[in-house]
Every structure is written in C-alpha cells, then in structure tokens.
Design a protein around this ligand. Structure first.
Ligand SMILES: NC(=O)c1ccc[n+]([C@@H]2O[C@H](COP(=O)([O-])OP(=O)(O)OC[C@H]3O[C@@H](n4cnc5c(N)ncnc54)[C@H](O)[C@@H]3O)[C@@H](O)[C@H]2O)c1
Length: 390
C-alpha cells in the first residue's frame, strides 16, 4: 500500500511510519514540525533527544534500505497540501497531525482557537483532498477516548442504539469532552462522518486511549531512531511524569483524589491497531469507530504501579495530592467497550512492571536532561486570565 502518515515526526507518527515501512509499504511522512516549536514556546523538550526528521529518515534508509518520502509543510495550507497529496497518491492516510494536548488548548483564547483551527481545518482539507483526488483512499484518523468524557453508563464503540418514545435508531454515542482539544476531535468526527455520508469516502476513527512506552521493534534498531518522550505538565502524560519524578527522587504528583479513570495502551499496540485498520479497510461510505485501548486505570493506580516498580530499584517514591488544575470528575463510573480491534486480531501488551522498568531505565539514562520547572501544572481550566503564556 502507499500510505501517507500525517504527523509522522510526532511521538506516535514516527514509529508508525517506520513500522509500516518495515512491513514493505510505500510510506511518506507529511509534517510541519510544529510539535518541535511548541517545545520552544513552553521551554520544554523531549527527554530522549531526537534528530531532525531529515536525519531520521536518512538513517532509516541507511539501516534498512527503505525509503520514506518527506513532505514538510502545513496540512492547513491547501496550496501546499493538495499537490503533495496528489503527488504521492496514497491508498490510505493515517492522520496523526494535530495539536494533541488538552492543557495546551486551555492556556488561553489564542491557544484554544489555534488548536481547533489547526485540527478541524486540517482534517477538512484532508477530506476534500480525498473526495476530489482519491475517493477510494481509506482515512485512518486518530481520535481519542476523551471524546466521550465520563458518562454514568457504559461507553459503546462509536454508536448507541436508543429507543425513544417508542421509536428506535442507532446514533453517534453522546460526547462530553473535557477540553477544547478534545472538542476539536469531536468536531472532526462529525465532519468525517458527514463526508462519508455525502461523498461515499471510507474512514476509520480510532478513539485512542492514553499511550505509554517508547520502544518498538523498528526504533530499537538504533538509539537515534527512538521516538520522543514528553513529561512536562502540558504534553507529558501522568504515567511519564510519575516515572520521571520517581527516577529524580521527588514526589509523584497526583491531581486531586486520583480517581480519574481512562483507557490506556502500549505504543506497540497503537502500531498494531493502525495496521489492522489499514489491512481491513472501512467500506465506501462507512464511518467506522474503534475504541483503541486495552486496559483501564485511574491516576492513583498509575502512581501506585510506578511506586511499586521504583521500590525494586531501592527508590522509596512518595505520592502527593495536588489541587486539580482541570475541571473533571475525580470519582466516577467508567466502563468502555473495546472489542472491535480484538475481533480483528489485536493481541494486547498489558502494562507490567517490566514495561515500567524499561521506561525507567531510559529515563535514568537521560536524568541529567530533566527540566524540573516544567513538571508542575501551570495551566488551569477555570482561569479567566492567562498571564503566564501570552
Ligand atoms: N499520545 C497519546 O497518548 C494519544 C492518545 C490519544 C490520541 N492521540 C492522537 O494521536 C495523534 C498523534 O499523537 P502524538 O502523541 O503522536 O502527538 P505529537 O504532537 O507528538 O505528534 C503530532 C504531529 O503532528 C504534527 N502536526 C500538527 N499539526 C500539523 C499540521 N497542521 N500540519 C502538519 N503536521 C502537523 C506535529 O508537528 C507533530 O509532529 C494526535 O492526533 C493525538 O490527538 C494521541
């Protein structure tokens, strides 16, 4: 297959591009490298240093003989994107290329409008390009489990059958997202569903949980191929932050009571899920939704898991509860279905001491690079003024 990976310089896009290239597909990466400039803006950085995208692709070619084509530019700029899309003529597109941090989208009005413009306009451009130039092309779009929020009923995979006043229909599952970023994903889902209906294109929305881990078969070929590792309060996940805090000997900072429950998955399973979606495409006109995660944890459980793994290294990690900067339920029902990818053959890797250990080992090797001042939360959901980031 000819596969265009949009956002291929990012945490997930890079190892996905390598994985698909390793499997013999013709892969191109399209990215405007904006993720690197968020770091410059915030004074943060990936803990694992990553070479430029040009160097990474060159190295991949030297090591494996596989060529990955590069398109450096903005998906939101149709004068750049349309010729790039037509030139590569993909059979499938994997779309990772969005601003993906909830706190970043909540900094202030400018960051909220940037996030929604970047994500919604980018996806619209992609939908138009597919409809106009490659109507058979399969869109595999990264959504998020955060689109659903935390309803007090089981979360279905995309759709729910409702009987109301004696009549029954199958409708999109209600969405109650918790940030302007998550809302951008909901807007995307609606736009993609509409495009499938009116133009007959084929799309899979992967409502993904929080991803952990850094190593994959392809990136393990050379340390310079490793993907980025974010631990700062804006782009880092709770698990990454806890691991860095444990290694640095400072308390693990749990927001509020820590009862916030979410779906999680190993980065190797992200690659497997994307590949399964590509190999089993949606039908023409079908808008398919898969919930892409393998296990549920709450934030306090994650802290306890890291504390336990750290103890094996003689580290006595302490857990500290911080005032929650977000507006979210800290104790709630959560039971989300995640069967469709298993039915397609996904064999999950579960979160284990061994995995946490391997990440701790990598973090320990880069401990001297940790920027301690980026770990504490600086973005508050309720803030009406935003003096820290203009
Ligand atoms: N990382 C997770 O745990 C997670 C969980 C659920 C969903 N997702 C989704 O998966 C996708 C990838 O996540 P990630 O963690 O790899 O993010 P990331 O920020 O590391 O990567 C995103 C990439 O997209 C690029 N990009 C952004 N806007 C672009 C534009 N307008 N034009 C071209 N390129 C653009 C960035 O430069 C970056 O390289 C995102 O859509 C995210 O919402 C991620």
């Amino acid at each position: 297959m000819r596969i265009l990976v949009i956002g291929g310089d990012g945490y997930l896009g890079w190892p996905t591009a390598l994985h698909l290239s390793q499997r013999g597909h013709e892969v191109a990466i399209l990215d405007n490298l904006v993720r690197r400039s968020y770091d410059h803006e915030l004074g943060a950085d990936t803990l694992i240093p990553i070479p430029s995208i040009h160097e990474r692709v060159r190295l991949w070619h030297q090591l494996t003989g596989h060529h990955i084509q590069l398109y450096i530019g903005d998906l939101c700029d149709y004068t750049f994107f349309e010729p790039a899309f037509k030139g590569f003529a993909p059979d499938a597109v994997v779309h990772f290329g969005e601003q993906r941090s909830a706190p970043y989208s909540m900094i202030d009005r400018r960051h909220a409008t940037y996030t929604q413009t970047n994500n919604v306009v980018g996806t619209l451009n992609l939908l138009y390009a597919i409809a106009e130039h490659a109507p058979d092309c399969h869109l595999v779009k990264l959504g998020t489990m955060g689109e659903y929020g935390t309803p007090n009923i089981d979360i279905e995979e995309g759709y729910i059958t409702i009987t109301h006043n004696g009549r029954t229909d199958t409708l999109p599952f209600p969405k109650q997202p918790g940030s302007f970023y998550h809302l951008s994903k909901v807007h995307d889902s609606h736009n993609i569903m509409f495009a499938c209906r009116i133009w007959g294109i084929r799309a899979t929305d992967l409502n993904q949980g929080v991803v952990y881990g850094v190593e994959t078969d392809a990136t393990n070929l050379d340390p310079r191929l490793l993907t980025r590792f974010d631990y700062d309060a804006v782009f880092g996940t709770a698990l990454n932050r806890f691991i860095v805090q444990a290694v640095c000997g400072v308390p693990l900072t749990v927001y509020g009571q820590g009862g916030q429950t979410r779906g999680f998955l190993d980065i190797r399973d992200t690659l497997a899920c994307v590949e399964l979606a590509l190999l089993n495409p949606a039908d023409r006109g079908e808008f398919r939704v898969f919930n892409q995660f393998t296990e549920q944890f709450n934030v306090l459980q994650l802290a306890e898991l890291v504390k336990h793994a750290a103890a094996a290294h003689g580290i006595n990690a302490q857990i500290e509860h911080l005032e929650n900067p977000r507006v979210e339920k800290e104790s709630h029902y959560y039971n989300a279905k995640h069967q469709k990818l298993i039915d397609l053959g996904l064999q999950p890797h579960y979160l284990s001491d061994t995995l946490i250990d391997s990440v701790m080992h990598i973090v320990n090797n880069h401990k001297h690079l940790v920027r301690h001042d980026t770990i504490m939360p600086s973005v508050r959901w309720r803030a009406t003024q935003s003096p820290t980031h203009s």
